[in-house]
Ligand binder design. Sequence first.
Ligand code: MN
Length: 722
Amino acid sequence: MIRQYELVERVRAYDPTADEDLLNRAYVFSMKAHGSQMRASGDPYFSHPLEVAGILTQMKLDTASIVTALLHDTVEDTVATLADIERLFGHDIMRLVDGVTKLSRIELQSDQTKQAENFRKLVLAMSEDIRVLLVKLADRLHNMRTLHYLNNPEKRKRIARETLEIYAPLAERIGIQRMKDELEDLAFSELNPDARDSILMRLAHLRTEGTGVVDRVMAELRDILDKNGLGAASVSGREKTPYSIWRKMHLKNVTFEQLSDIMAFRIMVDDSDECYQVLGIIHGRYHVVPGRFKDYISTPKPNGYRSLHTTVMGPERQRVEVQIRTRDMHEISELGVAAHWAYKSTQPVTLDSLQYRWLRELLDILEHAQKPEEFLEHTKMELFQDQVFCFTPKGDLIALPRGATPVDFAYAVHSAVGDTCVGAKINSRMLPLRTQLQNGDQVEILTSKAQTPSATWLELAVTGKARARIRRFIRLQQRTQYIDLGKALLQKLFRQEGYDFSDKAVDGVIKIFQAATSEDLYASLGAGLVSGREVFNAVFPGHRQQATSLQTVDEKIAAQNKARAKAKGLDSPLPIRGLFGGLAVHFARCCHPLPGDRIVGIVTTGKGVTIHTIDCETLDSFNDTPERWIDVAWEADAETAEIHVGRLAVILANEPGSLGTLSTVIGKNGGNITNLKITSRSRDLFEMLIDIDVKDVKHLTNIMAALRATPVINSVDRARSR
Ligand code: MN
């Protein structure tokens, strides 16, 4: 066990200004609080927070992190309270300890890997201060190192799986490679000890009986570096970890013997210019394996990782992976966010801190990329910064401009695919057509014969080919559709005012509107250039006077109610698709209408039609213009693959496991959390807004019903805003 003075010395070794008194008090407080509690290993419980603190000193974290590590289990497992912590250690430490305690209450409650992504998002959303996440990761690392002491095999497996699915990827995403490797290895040895042993045995065999390839390659690399005046560069050879080898064997469906790059070589130099110099030497000396070169120096990975990767046909025609980086880059790759920040910062490092902009972007990346390491594939040399490369399901590569969406992808595959696309699976996940594609995304376009290009696609498409096709289609379709819509609007207005509609009546007034034919007038109406009321008043000039002079407030309300009742009754509703195919249809952001909701359209001059739910409060502001209301309904054929965002306002109890339960229930019911915002948190309750990708309102209602049936959830409502 680390002694009190040892811990203080370790911290002071890298941070001479560390608050010694605070560290000492935390040490004593935690030791007393845990008292005679024991770990499964038979050690005193206090050894655990102490070891966690020790792990964090290796990462050179600040005093507050070390103190938090010492105290991290006191609130959950001893009689100490948050109030005690605040009184003795101050508000900041209390906040950090509270954060770690809350994270510890989230548990992966289902075995479905599908859930992992939602959980990772949840953990990140909960970690408002990056130090909370770092302490939690160190906590998990120590628990994994001592996992074998647990007697319950079920529990061991669950913790190992959770580590593999949640915590190792999180460590990777904040760039702590060393911790990720160790977490994976510990989990692997619990979940699949035989496979791990067998791989270790073969690695050992290669080393002893092998042909000494590693040493020869290293010697040769050393030699050519020396000859080129790069004597200061260091060369090392490294085996891949058993888990990464095992995963690769599974992924590529190959045997151990068929794996070509079990060894990786690393060359470290002093500055990035030398990195490129070394690269030039290697590429000049050996044949380059195409497609394997990656320049993470000019375009670092989202987690901050920088290095050059290349694979060459090395000595004896072996494929050899070489990583080239500076020593600084190496430190960052081993320590990640901790190296950026270490003990130097006195400010709380939150997701909002400017230098952690990328961390905030992490939530976005989590949504869009299943393999962040494939996030950026392009290279400095090839100058492809402005492009993204995506794969078809068959593995064909399609290059698109940056910012391209699945609509662009669909048109790039084939015009007919573009014209009929209804949705996209990106890396096997349904994502909206507005999603921007990222390097390495695998995109599968879903099509429907019933689909036609929509004007809204013009906002989504960036490629010339897609935009030209969409415009052409709209020009052909729009006029017919405007005519149909204009006529329908006018018929409705006539009916509402108690008149029979006839084309002839309209023919009489076309000159007033400078239209050549009644169809032209309907088209202007449909396009929102002329209002139905204007045309009606022109046809019945007398009616207008009567109506305006006699209409009382009561009558107005009666008319509105009639319009609403009618809309609610949905008599002869117009399908949204078909009639408005070429017209811009907007879904109101105030009420987030979903297929299956009762809906109403509001015609907006020059903008098209905005769809609201029938109970949306925003509709009140259109009470004075009933002629702008149109009856709409969702197409009866709800077989569209389009995904809609439903927003829920949820209040749930702030108690152990409640957030995990929430995420599990949503996932079990097929919902994918795309955004999660905690709007208020108190001792007893969390209030949050959750965006969930759903198929339709029935889907969302199912999720809501399931949530309502969950004891820890106090209330669930569709979120409505003005
Ligand atoms: Mn712990």
